[in-house]
Design a binder for this molecule. Structure first.
Ligand code: NCD
Length: 300
């Protein structure tokens, strides 16, 4: 795998191979040494956990990490980024982990002449995709639930602006999981859901659910007419202990973070026995190790 831009690149077999490798890293704690590579973190958009997760993953694999202090520029981003990449490549960087607020920003880069000498990894592009997050979410679910064929997985929140939801729907489709239940108020429903059934009823999503994935309200990505009063949202959609009683007794509650407590999820649920939020964070490191290795060594 030269670059990793999208879940849509992967086959079922490759997704399971990445899971197996990530799980091996997690359980065996045997880490290969790739010190002859060098990785740059290019985060043109804010991030805490994804950035640190990639950094820790690289450290575990003995890959030196270069940081850049970037400020988003408003024009000619593709061109500027291409120059940045070529400069860093000349300095010996061969792996680039990039987050950007603009959708599809990596596509012209993978088509450029110098792309075959480097590896690009999409750490989130605008509203579009966040493929490493979908893989770590899948790892978290598969570590806890052995039989995926009749799982009810529900996504709740601002699905329209969520690259996490989009990548997860793509993954669920490739894996032929049962169609997801997609809960959102009408204004935040995805226009073309990749995999699942839309509803604006949280109860419908929660009843008998095995997994509930809450998503952040992404105000920064909304058009003016897409804004919704938060108290209205809370009245109908906050995942609370009381509402969660509709779900299966062993329901898993997930959230990619950052969390807005009492809005998307009640604090008590986030900290409670059903919460897998910190497990997601931990699994993220191992899945990203598997992904970095797949860039270096290839993935069958
Ligand atoms: C998500 C992101 O940035 O897409 N967070 C993350 O990577 N853990 C979700 C979000 O910002 O809501």
């Amino acid at each position: 795998m030269q670059h990793f831009l999208s879940i849509l690149q992967l086959s079922q077999k490759q997704i399971y191979a990445l899971f197996d490798r990530a799980f091996y890293f997690k359980t065996e704690k045997q880490y290969p040494n790739y010190a002859n590579h060098r990785l740059a973190l290019l985060f043109y958009e804010k991030s805490t956990r994804t950035r640190v997760s990639f950094e820790v993953a690289a450290q575990n694999l003995s890959i030196p990490v270069v940081h850049l202090d970037l400020k988003a520029s408003s024009e000619a981003k593709g061109e500027i980024m291409a120059d940045t990449l070529q400069t860093l490549a000349a300095l010996g960087v061969n792996i680039f982990v990039i987050r950007h607020s603009k959708e599809g920003v990596l596509l012209p880069l993978v088509q450029s002449a110098f792309a075959e000498k480097i590896h690009l990894l999409n750490a989130g592009d605008g509203k579009q995709e966040h493929p490493s997050q979908a893989l770590l979410d899948f790892m978290t679910i598969l570590s806890a639930k052995k039989n995926l064929s009749d799982l009810k997985i529900t996504l709740v929140g601002d699905l329209r602006h969520s690259r996490v939801a989009r990548s997860f729907m793509q993954l669920a489709k490739i894996l032929e999981l049962p169609p997801l239940t997609l809960v959102a108020p009408k204004i935040w429903q995805p226009l073309e859901p990749e995999w699942g059934t839309l509803t604006d009823s949280l109860a419908e999503g929660l009843v008998s659910a095995d997994v509930v994935i809450c998503l952040r309200i992404q105000k920064e990505r909304m058009l003016e007419e897409e804004n919704m009063d938060l108290s209205q949202y809370q009245d109908r959609y906050t995942v609370t202990t009381k509402r969660l009683s509709l779900a299966k007794p062993d329901v898993m509650v997930m959230h990619p973070g950052p969390i807005n407590r009492e809005i998307e999820i009640e604090g008590e649920v986030a900290d409670g026995p059903h919460s897998f939020i910190l497990e997601q964070v931990q699994n993220g490191v191992f899945m990203r190790m598997a992904l970095l290795e797949a860039l270096i060594n290839g993935l069958e």
